[in-house]
Design a protein around this ligand. Structure first.
Ligand SMILES: N[C@@H](CCC(=O)N[C@@H](CS)C(=O)NCC(=O)O)C(=O)O
Length: 240
Protein backbone atom coordinates (compact mmCIF):
# COMPACT_ATOMS: atom_id res chain seq x y z
CA UNK A 1 0.00 0.00 0.00
CA UNK A 2 1.12 3.55 -0.72
CA UNK A 3 0.50 6.51 1.59
CA UNK A 4 0.09 9.72 -0.37
CA UNK A 5 0.62 12.90 1.63
CA UNK A 6 -1.61 15.20 -0.31
CA UNK A 7 -3.53 18.41 -0.67
CA UNK A 8 -5.61 19.06 -3.80
CA UNK A 9 -3.27 21.36 -5.73
CA UNK A 10 -1.86 20.84 -9.25
CA UNK A 11 1.31 19.24 -7.86
CA UNK A 12 -0.73 16.82 -5.78
CA UNK A 13 -3.08 15.98 -8.63
CA UNK A 14 -0.25 14.86 -10.92
CA UNK A 15 0.25 11.95 -8.55
CA UNK A 16 -3.42 11.06 -8.03
CA UNK A 17 -3.87 10.98 -11.82
CA UNK A 18 -1.01 8.50 -12.18
CA UNK A 19 -2.20 6.36 -9.26
CA UNK A 20 -5.70 6.25 -10.73
CA UNK A 21 -4.44 5.52 -14.24
CA UNK A 22 -2.35 2.62 -12.92
CA UNK A 23 -5.01 1.36 -10.51
CA UNK A 24 -2.41 1.26 -7.72
CA UNK A 25 -4.02 1.11 -4.25
CA UNK A 26 -3.25 4.14 -2.08
CA UNK A 27 -4.31 5.93 1.06
CA UNK A 28 -4.60 9.70 1.07
CA UNK A 29 -3.03 11.33 4.12
CA UNK A 30 -4.23 14.94 4.10
CA UNK A 31 -1.41 17.47 4.38
CA UNK A 32 -3.27 20.72 5.01
CA UNK A 33 -0.76 23.26 3.74
CA UNK A 34 -2.84 26.28 4.69
CA UNK A 35 -2.79 25.13 8.31
CA UNK A 36 0.91 24.22 8.29
CA UNK A 37 0.92 20.38 8.29
CA UNK A 38 3.98 20.52 5.99
CA UNK A 39 6.14 21.69 8.92
CA UNK A 40 5.37 18.73 11.20
CA UNK A 41 8.53 16.84 12.21
CA UNK A 42 7.08 13.50 11.06
CA UNK A 43 6.29 14.95 7.64
CA UNK A 44 9.74 16.55 7.30
CA UNK A 45 11.30 13.10 7.67
CA UNK A 46 9.45 12.14 4.47
CA UNK A 47 9.66 15.49 2.69
CA UNK A 48 12.60 17.58 3.95
CA UNK A 49 11.63 20.49 1.68
CA UNK A 50 8.37 20.95 3.66
CA UNK A 51 6.28 20.61 0.54
CA UNK A 52 3.68 18.08 -0.51
CA UNK A 53 3.13 15.73 -2.36
CA UNK A 54 5.18 12.93 -0.85
CA UNK A 55 4.69 9.18 -0.72
CA UNK A 56 5.60 6.25 1.47
CA UNK A 57 5.60 2.91 -0.34
CA UNK A 58 5.14 0.19 2.25
CA UNK A 59 5.65 -2.58 -0.32
CA UNK A 60 8.65 -1.56 -2.41
CA UNK A 61 9.79 -3.80 -5.25
CA UNK A 62 12.94 -4.88 -3.39
CA UNK A 63 10.89 -6.19 -0.45
CA UNK A 64 12.82 -4.00 2.00
CA UNK A 65 11.93 -1.18 4.38
CA UNK A 66 9.31 1.35 3.21
CA UNK A 67 10.58 3.80 0.59
CA UNK A 68 9.81 7.52 0.94
CA UNK A 69 9.81 9.85 -2.07
CA UNK A 70 9.27 13.62 -2.25
CA UNK A 71 9.19 16.02 -5.28
CA UNK A 72 6.32 15.22 -7.62
CA UNK A 73 8.58 14.54 -10.64
CA UNK A 74 10.52 11.99 -8.67
CA UNK A 75 7.29 10.43 -7.39
CA UNK A 76 5.98 10.13 -10.96
CA UNK A 77 9.14 8.32 -12.08
CA UNK A 78 9.05 6.04 -9.03
CA UNK A 79 5.40 5.06 -9.44
CA UNK A 80 5.63 4.59 -13.22
CA UNK A 81 8.61 2.31 -12.67
CA UNK A 82 6.76 0.41 -9.93
CA UNK A 83 3.67 -0.06 -12.10
CA UNK A 84 5.69 -0.74 -15.25
CA UNK A 85 3.46 1.69 -17.12
CA UNK A 86 3.54 5.14 -18.75
CA UNK A 87 7.37 5.25 -18.86
CA UNK A 88 9.06 3.54 -21.79
CA UNK A 89 11.95 1.22 -21.00
CA UNK A 90 14.01 1.82 -24.15
CA UNK A 91 16.78 4.41 -23.89
CA UNK A 92 15.32 6.96 -26.33
CA UNK A 93 11.74 6.67 -25.19
CA UNK A 94 12.66 6.94 -21.52
CA UNK A 95 14.92 9.93 -22.13
CA UNK A 96 12.16 11.67 -24.08
CA UNK A 97 9.73 11.31 -21.16
CA UNK A 98 12.29 12.24 -18.51
CA UNK A 99 13.30 15.49 -20.15
CA UNK A 100 9.68 16.66 -20.31
CA UNK A 101 9.14 15.67 -16.71
CA UNK A 102 12.18 17.85 -15.88
CA UNK A 103 10.82 20.65 -18.08
CA UNK A 104 7.59 20.63 -16.16
CA UNK A 105 9.33 20.59 -12.78
CA UNK A 106 11.78 23.37 -13.66
CA UNK A 107 9.55 25.59 -15.78
CA UNK A 108 5.81 25.11 -16.11
CA UNK A 109 5.19 24.31 -12.42
CA UNK A 110 7.35 26.99 -10.75
CA UNK A 111 6.60 29.84 -13.18
CA UNK A 112 2.86 29.21 -13.18
CA UNK A 113 2.98 28.86 -9.42
CA UNK A 114 4.72 32.23 -9.05
CA UNK A 115 2.16 33.86 -11.35
CA UNK A 116 -0.59 32.56 -9.06
CA UNK A 117 1.33 33.74 -6.00
CA UNK A 118 1.64 37.34 -7.20
CA UNK A 119 -1.90 37.27 -8.54
CA UNK A 120 -3.21 36.43 -5.09
CA UNK A 121 -0.95 38.85 -3.22
CA UNK A 122 -2.68 40.69 -0.41
CA UNK A 123 -3.09 44.44 -1.10
CA UNK A 124 -0.74 45.13 1.84
CA UNK A 125 2.10 43.58 -0.23
CA UNK A 126 2.07 46.65 -2.51
CA UNK A 127 2.53 47.00 -6.26
CA UNK A 128 3.04 43.63 -7.98
CA UNK A 129 2.99 44.82 -11.59
CA UNK A 130 6.61 43.98 -12.46
CA UNK A 131 6.33 40.45 -11.04
CA UNK A 132 2.96 39.95 -12.70
CA UNK A 133 4.26 40.97 -16.11
CA UNK A 134 7.37 38.83 -15.75
CA UNK A 135 5.46 35.67 -14.86
CA UNK A 136 2.58 36.32 -17.22
CA UNK A 137 5.11 36.49 -20.07
CA UNK A 138 6.82 33.34 -18.90
CA UNK A 139 3.58 31.37 -18.55
CA UNK A 140 2.49 32.54 -21.99
CA UNK A 141 5.87 31.50 -23.42
CA UNK A 142 5.56 28.07 -21.78
CA UNK A 143 2.08 27.49 -23.24
CA UNK A 144 3.77 28.22 -26.56
CA UNK A 145 6.51 25.65 -25.87
CA UNK A 146 3.87 23.01 -25.12
CA UNK A 147 1.83 24.01 -28.16
CA UNK A 148 4.83 23.75 -30.48
CA UNK A 149 5.64 20.40 -28.96
CA UNK A 150 2.13 19.06 -29.54
CA UNK A 151 1.53 20.32 -33.06
CA UNK A 152 3.11 17.30 -34.73
CA UNK A 153 2.64 14.55 -32.11
CA UNK A 154 -0.36 13.44 -30.06
CA UNK A 155 1.35 13.42 -26.67
CA UNK A 156 4.13 15.36 -24.99
CA UNK A 157 6.69 12.58 -25.35
CA UNK A 158 5.51 11.33 -28.75
CA UNK A 159 3.03 8.67 -29.81
CA UNK A 160 2.09 7.40 -26.36
CA UNK A 161 0.35 8.82 -23.32
CA UNK A 162 2.92 8.91 -20.50
CA UNK A 163 3.74 10.56 -17.18
CA UNK A 164 5.01 13.54 -19.22
CA UNK A 165 1.37 14.30 -20.09
CA UNK A 166 0.03 13.60 -16.61
CA UNK A 167 2.55 15.91 -14.97
CA UNK A 168 1.74 18.86 -17.27
CA UNK A 169 -2.02 18.49 -17.35
CA UNK A 170 -3.07 19.76 -13.88
CA UNK A 171 -1.14 22.99 -14.47
CA UNK A 172 -3.10 23.71 -17.66
CA UNK A 173 -6.52 23.22 -16.07
CA UNK A 174 -6.40 26.77 -14.69
CA UNK A 175 -5.56 28.41 -18.03
CA UNK A 176 -8.30 30.99 -17.60
CA UNK A 177 -7.27 32.12 -14.12
CA UNK A 178 -3.68 32.18 -15.42
CA UNK A 179 -4.80 34.89 -17.86
CA UNK A 180 -4.23 32.68 -20.91
CA UNK A 181 -6.58 31.89 -23.77
CA UNK A 182 -6.28 28.19 -24.56
CA UNK A 183 -7.95 28.79 -27.94
CA UNK A 184 -4.71 30.54 -28.98
CA UNK A 185 -2.88 27.27 -28.35
CA UNK A 186 -4.96 24.88 -30.40
CA UNK A 187 -2.60 21.91 -30.14
CA UNK A 188 -2.60 22.25 -26.35
CA UNK A 189 -6.39 22.50 -26.47
CA UNK A 190 -6.73 19.30 -28.52
CA UNK A 191 -4.47 17.46 -26.05
CA UNK A 192 -6.20 19.06 -23.05
CA UNK A 193 -9.66 18.01 -24.26
CA UNK A 194 -8.51 14.45 -24.87
CA UNK A 195 -6.93 14.12 -21.44
CA UNK A 196 -9.90 15.76 -19.72
CA UNK A 197 -12.13 12.96 -21.05
CA UNK A 198 -9.99 10.17 -19.57
CA UNK A 199 -11.64 8.48 -16.56
CA UNK A 200 -8.26 8.18 -14.79
CA UNK A 201 -7.60 11.89 -15.18
CA UNK A 202 -11.09 12.74 -13.95
CA UNK A 203 -10.74 10.45 -10.93
CA UNK A 204 -7.30 11.85 -10.08
CA UNK A 205 -8.43 15.45 -10.40
CA UNK A 206 -11.38 14.80 -8.10
CA UNK A 207 -9.34 13.50 -5.16
CA UNK A 208 -9.67 15.87 -2.22
CA UNK A 209 -12.41 17.96 -3.77
CA UNK A 210 -14.14 17.71 -0.39
CA UNK A 211 -11.09 19.03 1.53
CA UNK A 212 -11.97 22.64 0.85
CA UNK A 213 -12.15 25.26 3.54
CA UNK A 214 -13.97 28.55 3.25
CA UNK A 215 -11.28 31.12 4.09
CA UNK A 216 -13.97 33.74 4.62
CA UNK A 217 -15.01 31.85 7.76
CA UNK A 218 -11.59 32.46 9.34
CA UNK A 219 -10.88 35.49 11.48
CA UNK A 220 -8.68 38.29 10.09
CA UNK A 221 -5.93 37.25 12.55
CA UNK A 222 -6.04 33.62 11.42
CA UNK A 223 -5.95 34.68 7.77
CA UNK A 224 -2.91 36.91 8.46
CA UNK A 225 -1.22 34.07 10.40
CA UNK A 226 -1.73 31.68 7.49
CA UNK A 227 -0.45 34.20 4.94
CA UNK A 228 2.72 34.63 6.98
CA UNK A 229 3.08 30.85 7.34
CA UNK A 230 3.05 30.39 3.57
CA UNK A 231 4.68 33.60 2.36
CA UNK A 232 7.43 34.35 4.86
CA UNK A 233 9.32 31.09 5.19
CA UNK A 234 12.98 31.30 6.20
CA UNK A 235 15.69 28.71 6.85
CA UNK A 236 15.07 26.26 9.65
CA UNK A 237 18.00 25.77 12.03
CA UNK A 238 19.89 22.45 11.77
CA UNK A 239 19.48 20.11 14.77
CA UNK A 240 22.05 20.81 17.50
N1 LIG B 1 8.69 20.96 -6.67
C1 LIG B 1 7.72 20.49 -5.71
C2 LIG B 1 6.79 21.61 -5.36
C3 LIG B 1 5.80 21.19 -4.32
C4 LIG B 1 5.00 22.37 -3.80
O1 LIG B 1 5.33 23.54 -4.05
N2 LIG B 1 3.96 22.07 -3.05
C5 LIG B 1 3.15 23.09 -2.47
C6 LIG B 1 1.70 22.88 -2.79
S1 LIG B 1 1.46 22.81 -4.54
C7 LIG B 1 3.32 23.06 -0.96
O2 LIG B 1 3.47 22.01 -0.37
N3 LIG B 1 3.32 24.23 -0.34
C8 LIG B 1 3.47 24.38 1.06
C9 LIG B 1 4.20 25.65 1.43
O3 LIG B 1 4.42 26.50 0.55
O4 LIG B 1 4.54 25.79 2.59
C10 LIG B 1 6.96 19.30 -6.29
O5 LIG B 1 6.67 19.35 -7.48
O6 LIG B 1 6.66 18.36 -5.55
Amino acid sequence: MIDLHYWPTPNGKKVTILLEECGLPYTVVPCHIGRGDQFAEAFLRISPNNRMPAIVDHEPADGGEPVTVFESGSIMLYLAEKAGRFLPQDLRGRHEVQQWVMWQMANQGPKTGELGHFNRAHPSAGDQSYAMRRFDDEVNRLYGVLNNRLYDRPYVAGDHYTIADMICYPWTVGWESQGQDIAEFRHVKRWFDELSARPGVQAGMAVGSDFGEDLATLSDEEQARRRALLNNQRARPAPA
